[in-house]
Design a protein around this ligand. Structure first.
Ligand SMILES: C[S@@+](CC[C@H](N)C(=O)[O-])C[C@H]1O[C@@H](n2cnc3c(N)ncnc32)[C@H](O)[C@@H]1O
Length: 203
């Protein structure tokens, strides 16, 4: 009986925390990185590969790489003649990915710290931008999407990954609407309502 009450209280507390977090977008703290290190069902690296279709020599920006769940693969896909720029609010995540890149002898990963609403890259300079489980953490998502539009080459693409269960989950319809307001048009997606990678391009 006592155990049941304890489990019920814990479940309610978790739900309340998730609801609060959803209403107050903020970055996942480095101390809670076990969430991003866990397997990402449906939004797998293979699925990202099939949506992103990265080419050797490309310059790709990954916003919010976390601990690098996708970063090392992207760096391999663009090859030594390409570049993976990683951009994050938190230096600890950038350092974590750079340690992993060094262990794998990947010399084409470039870290930069900052806020996605003010990207320090030139106009029309990226072949692709990738963000997974990041958009909902940004308080001003419209500003971040406008910045992504600005730095993407006219022929570039944006790939957004989302996984239900993340308190900041963004539905595909909400993404399409917000992206369209920023001048980015939906092209296709792979996955389902609960977990997907969507591909968009500048209008
Ligand atoms: C939930 S983690 C996702 C990590 C990784 N993409 C993955 O799927 O495993 C969110 C990441 O976005 C970063 N982030 C959140 N808000 C940001 C912002 N405004 N600008 C740049 N990075 C941000 C966090 O610091 C964190 O690294």
């Amino acid at each position: 009986m006592r155990l049941k009450r304890l489990i019920g209280t814990a479940a309610l507390a978790t739900l309340a925390a998730a609801l609060w977090w959803r209403k107050n977008p903020s970055a996942c703290p480095y101390g809670q990185r076990f969430w991003v290190e866990a397997p990402h069902p449906i939004v797998t690296r293979d699925r990202l590969s099939s949506v992103l279709i990265a080419q050797p020599g490309e310059r790709v920006l990954e916003i919010g790489p976390g601990t690098g769940y996708y970063s090392f693969d992207i760096a391999k896909w663009v090859g030594p003649e390409g570049k993976l720029e990683i951009f994050d609010l938190q230096q600890e995540f950038l350092d974590h990915v750079m340690r992993g890149a060094a262990e794998r002898s990947l010399a084409n990963v470039i870290p930069t710290r900052g806020d996605a609403t003010a990207l320090p890259y030139e106009d029309d300079s990226m072949d692709a931008v990738v963000l997974t489980a990041v958009l909902g953490e940004i308080p001003d998502q419209a500003a971040a999407l406008r910045e992504i539009h600005r730095i993407l080459k006219p022929t570039g693409r944006l790939v957004v990954g989302e996984l239900f269960g993340d308190p900041h989950f963004t539905t595909l319809s909400s993404l399409k609407r917000q992206a369209s307001d920023a001048g980015l048009d939906y092209e296709s997606h792979s996955g389902n309502w609960f977990a997907y990678f969507a591909r968009l391009h500048p209008r």
